[in-house]
Design a binder for this molecule. Structure first.
Ligand code: BG6
Length: 264
């Protein structure tokens, strides 16, 4: 599996070309690793990598045809670098997947991921309709954030109702304060553009653009014990906050849309 390393004056980052998957991001202003990576993640290309930042596209979660891979197929495609611009304090990296057509998606799309690696990390997933017919897609920048202890973490910035995937998609109001006490799998249908993750050790702001949802996920103990690619107790060290399109974004021919997450 090819791993790309970026190390400029402001930050270091590692990315696997399998899935255009960011494995690690550490800004030098505080030298804190922002991302959780499972030590049991499979790195042989046989399965999507557990941890870091998976790219979900062109659907989110399970496809109605259950034989198709959850979260689409770009997180298990090998991507290629199409452009790299290096500055002392910021590196711009652009990648594209080889082929975006596949079973479960018959649109004709051009997909580009652009990373800006500096004092903050910006990921921009650009989808353009290059076909003659409109299509709809879903997507997510499915970031796994590293936390010191999930029981002590707070999340701010979300409001309104969420759809609770742990309770058959029932609607529930966003808790205030937002803390974690059990399995969490929530689709927040909100346009909020800034969330703040407060850990006893530090604060991290996560910006969202071009989304219709923010997904918050932690498998907690029982589910993580059933996951072969994550150690049993590691649910305590991670929280996924995902900038997502879950309600279907329709693109007319030539139209394009950007989904952006900014990690500070
Ligand atoms: C989250 C979903 O985005 O991803 C969860 O809301 C899912 O339902 C989780 O379990 C992990 O998915 P996967 O396919 O990487 O195990």
């Amino acid at each position: 599996m090819s791993i790309i390393s970026i190390d400029n004056q402001a930050a270091s980052l590692e990315l696997s070309l399998f899935g255009a998957h960011v494995l690690s991001y550490m800004p030098k202003k505080d030298s804190r690793q922002r991302l959780y990576m499972s030590p049991c993640a499979l790195m042989d290309g046989s399965k999507a990598i557990r941890g870091g930042i998976p790219i979900c596209w062109p659907w989110f979660g399970q496809h109605e045809a259950s034989s198709l891979p959850a979260h689409g197929y770009l997180r298990t495609r090998v991507w290629r670098i199409t452009r790299i611009d290096d500055d002392l304090r910021e590196t711009r990296l652009q990648l594209q997947p080889g082929r975006t057509r596949g079973e479960g998606f018959d649109g004709c799309a051009d997909v580009t991921l652009t990373l800006l690696v500096g004092d903050s990390l910006s990921l921009s997933l650009d989808t353009q309709n290059i076909g003659q017919q409109p299509f709809s897609y879903n997507a997510a920048l499915h970031s796994y954030f590293r936390v010191s202890d999930i029981h002590k973490v707070r999340l701010a910035g979300l409001d309104g109702d969420y759809l609770d995937k742990v309770r058959d998609g029932q609607r529930a109001p966003t808790p205030d304060p937002y803390t974690f006490e059990g399995e969490t799998d929530r689709i927040h249908l909100c346009q909020t553009s800034d969330t703040l993750l407060t850990d006893p050790d530090y604060e991290m702001s996560i910006g969202h653009r071009g989304h219709d949802s923010i997904v918050v996920w932690n498998p907690w103990q029982q589910k993580s014990e059933a996951m072969a690619d994550m150690p049993d107790g590691d649910y305590r060290q991670m929280l996924c906050i995902e900038t997502a399109i879950t309600q279907g974004k329709r693109l007319a021919p030539d139209e394009q849309h950007q989904l952006v997450q900014i990690i500070d």
